[in-house]
Design a protein around this ligand. Structure first.
Ligand code: FAD
Ligand code: NAI
Length: 464
């Protein structure tokens, strides 16, 4: 007789596995279904973790090749690349993380049901044919990459991020379609390892959701690193041959076509909610026009007892957003008041320099006619950044003109992904720019640039 549970979570990505752990911590009898051979979802297996491992390794290669000499660290002879070792290390990092989740499941007594989960009725889920009963179901089935008509992904010549993380040789020319998170992170990896990289982007800017000024600076800095950009351009077709791929490009607004050849093409034009084979539609769960599960503020679908979190619902497709929702829904199921503050979710592009953002952009403030003040501070004027020889970029803080409350913050610069945490915290606490400006920051530290940007909001930066 199969078990019954208080909660069955379908999918073990950052949303699902964190939800399962929190639910178990709160005393709910919990199972998590995963059809992959390992736990951790897209993020741990083919997303955040392997990409960060390769970004780290490729940055070391870049340093050895181009940056250490400036510090007087001379490497005799040429620096060579052992890509097989780099890829193997990436695999070790992934395994350590996926095994870590397995350990946490055991520690917290979460049952891992291995196989494909299917909702057969409200309160009933089957896993590869075995049916389980449960008081609550949490859908956390994540997302998949969006295909482009005319381009057949084979994960060898035309790859998604999954194939783009697995290349066994550095391509001579990598063409990336889409100048967003994946395109710029993986484009940076392969550029540093020696590929020529061209990014074809439909819009007139990179990472379109980010603050425009930061986006433009990002384009300049990556351009200086040698990445080529074809903005306002669309790909209309591809022809494969053993030598490579010939892409047909056209101006986004239409016009004369041209061709561009590549050894490898990385398709990174966004991701879409994934719910194939889940049985949710058949169980009556409502979806929106973009295939996302529709939920209310408490992550409940229209079917009692069925909830959804993470990439499969609306909002930024980010691991930490999914995790926050996982905790919140577990707490709600345990009778508590879990909630997520969507106004303070950071986004980070882990290139070098990194780009980090939280809250509203200047364009969003203008669009809603919000009176605001801007404070900016460049890393060229930060002592620690100079010591690191990493002075590209700046901190930008946007504050309410009347109340001085921080409305948004945008950083391009060394370790921006860590620096942004202070500003996320400030926003969580409803802090003003003055609060940050009056907080003592250690010297010499990169986050003094945050303090200086906060001072600059009222025109009183000290070091510029
Ligand atoms: P997922 O992680 O997608 O997990 C869903 C899981 O559900 C999968 O393992 C899938 O196999 C399983 N599943 C689906 N259907 C079923 C079923 N019927 N039965 C059983 N199992 C099922 N975000 C960041 O915040 N930081 C980053 O640095 C970052 N880097 C990324 C890099 C890349 C290359 C990619 C592709 C994504 C990256 N992301 C990053 C995004 C991040 O991976 C996602 O936002 C996050 O994984 C979403 O978590 P989730 O739990 O909603 O779903
Ligand atoms: P994205 O949404 O970040 O970027 C896609 C880009 O492709 C956009 O700039 C868009 O304008 C462009 N585009 C769309 N259609 C196009 C077309 N036909 N031709 C040319 N360009 C086109 O999506 P991406 O990079 O695929 O990543 C998916 C998601 O995964 C991200 O939005 C993010 O949520 C998550 N992610 C997060 C990371 C992080 O947190 N560091 C890293 C990688 C992914």
């Amino acid at each position: 007789m199969p078990d019954s549970f208080d909660v069955i979570v379908i999918g073990s990505g950052p949303g699902g596995y964190v939800c399962a752990i929190r639910a178990a911590q709160l005393g709910l009898k919990t199972a998590c279904i995963e059809k992959r051979a390992t736990l951790g979802g897209t993020c741990l297996n083919v997303g955040c973790i392997p990409s960060k491992a390769l970004l780290q390794s490729s940055e070391h290669f870049e340093e050895a090749n181009h940056k250490l000499a400036e510090h007087g660290v001379m490497i005799g002879g040429t620096v060579s690349l052992d890509l097989a070792r780099m890829q193997a290390r990436k695999g070790e990092v992934v395994t350590a993380n996926t095994k870590g989740v397995e350990f946490l499941f055991k520690k917290n007594k979460v049952t891992w049901l291995k196989g494909e989960g299917r909702i057969t009725a409200p309160g009933k889920v089957s896993v590869d044919g075995t049916e389980y009963e449960t008081k609550n179901i949490v859908i956390a089935t994540g997302s998949e990459s969006i295909p482009l008509p005319g381009l057949e992904v084979d994960e060898a010549q035309i790859v998604t991020s999954t194939g783009g993380l697995e290349l066994s040789a550095v391509p001579k020319h990598l063409v990336v379609i889409g100048g967003g998170y994946i395109g710029l992170e993986l484009g940076s990896v392969w550029k540093r390892l020696g590929a020529e990289v061209t990014v074809v982007e439909f819009l007139d800017r990179l990472v379109p959701a980010m603050d425009l000024e930061v986006g433009k600076a990002f384009e300049r800095i990556l351009g200086k690193q040698g990445i080529k950009f074809r903005l306002k351009t669309k790909v209309t077709g591809a022809t494969k041959s053993p030598e490579g791929v010939t892409l047909t490009l056209e101006p986004a607004e239409g016009g004369a076509a041209e061709t561009l050849t590549a050894d490898v093409v990385l398709l990174a034009i966004g991701r879409r909610a994934y719910s194939e084979g889940l049985g949710a539609k058949e169980a009556g769960v409502a979806f929106d026009e973009r295939g996302r599960v529709t939920v209310d503020a408490k992550f409940a679908t229209n079917v009692p007892g069925i909830f959804a979190i993470g990439d499969v619902i609306t909002g930024p497709m980010l691991a930490h957003k999914a995790e926050e929702e996982g905790v919140a829904v577990a707490e709600i199921l345990a009778g508590q008041h879990g909630h997520v503050n969507y106004a303070a979710i950071p986004g980070v592009v882990y290139t070098w320099p990194e780009v980090a953002t939280v809250g509203e952009t200047e364009e969003q403030l203008k669009a809603r006619n919000a009176p605001y003040k801007v404070g900016k501070f460049p890393f060229t004027a930060n002592a620690r950044a100079r010591a690191m020889a990493s002075t590209d970029g700046f901190v930008k803080i946007l504050a309410d003109k009347a109340t001085d409350r921080v409305l948004g913050a945008h950083i391009i610069g060394p370790d921006a992904g860590t620096l942004i945490a202070e500003l996320v915290m400030a926003m969580e606490f409803g802090a003003s720019a003055e609060d940050i400006a009056r907080t003592c920051h250690a010297h010499p530290a990169l986050n003094e640039a945050v303090k200086e940007a906060a001072l600059a909001v009222d025109g009183r930066a000290l070091h510029i």
